[in-house]
Ligand binder design. Structure first.
Ligand code: MG
Length: 254
């Protein structure tokens, strides 16, 4: 029995741009944990600049907490030096505020649930599909290739957004499904995987080194939330996917 071809897509930064929602929800989650602090309603530029380093949603709540400090490491170091030491700064921040990732993730998802139930249209409006993505995904179906979503975002929220933008993947794996390399290994048993499109280079590098995922084509989405140096010196097996290549038939992708 031959397996059906499947192309797997990350969600945030590949299919949808939700920067203003990331900030809105992270800000509210942070304010629910730190009483009496001030954070702007407009998405701060330093939040945008740090978004390419984010792996899990809870990190954005911690970034909001860093932003309200008047003399914290983000203020003292500046964005570039802070980002260069990102993982260590996250650990130090969790210690300083006395928080665990699960507390931050729960707060973020509670705020999101309130937003969805209180004003679903307003919440959806904080997101927009990247240009041409909806059409391209529809085109894949015409090429006989199914597509799915693999994200660290909660499944319910991703499903709400897919539905709101009339996007219908054959399957959806959210953060509840486990780490991305493990999900890809499971998918590989059931589908002929044509590739994985993602905008977080570090994730793709882990995928490339995962036993059992050899030869899986990894594509770095050029239009997503990339760090300044992400496009340079890509390892073998990892290709930059420009918007023009993305628009072309899958057979002539890098
Ligand atoms: Mg992403």
């Amino acid at each position: 029995m031959s397996l059906q071809p499947l192309l797997v897509f990350d969600f945030d930064g590949v299919i949808l741009d939700g920067m203003d929602e990331y900030w809105s929800s992270s800000r509210k989650a942070c304010l629910s944990l730190l009483q009496g602090v001030l954070l702007p309603e407009q998405t701060p530029s330093r939040f945008r600049q740090l978004r390419p380093w984010v792996h899990h949603g809870w990190e954005m709540v911690l970034i909001a907490a860093f932003l309200q400090e008047s003399d914290g490491p983000l203020q003292r170091l500046g964005v570039d030096a802070f980002a260069a030491d990102y993982d260590q700064q996250l650990r130090a921040g969790l210690d300083r505020f006395g928080w665990k990732p699960s507390l931050l993730q729960d707060s973020l998802e509670r705020v999101r649930r309130q937003a969805v139930s209180g004003d679903r249209a307003g919440w959806v409006a904080l997101h927009r599909p990247f240009k041409g993505v909806q059409e391209r995904l529809a085109g894949l179906e015409e090429e006989g290739v199914a597509w799915s979503v693999l994200t660290t975002k909660g499944r319910d929220f991703t499903d709400e957004l897919l539905d709101a933008f009339q996007l219908r993947p054959v399957r959806l794996d959210g953060r509840e499904s486990g780490p991305k390399p493990e999900v890809l290994l499971r998918l590989r048993r059931e589908w002929a995987l044509k590739g994985f499109v993602e905008d977080r280079r570090a994730t793709l590098e882990v995928v490339l080194e995962t036993p059992g995922l050899e030869g899986l084509k990894c594509f770095l989405a050029d239009w997503g939330y990339l760090r300044p140096a992400d496009r340079e010196g890509l390892p073998e097996g990892l290709d930059l996917l420009s918007t023009s290549k993305f628009a072309a038939p899958l057979a002539i992708w890098p």
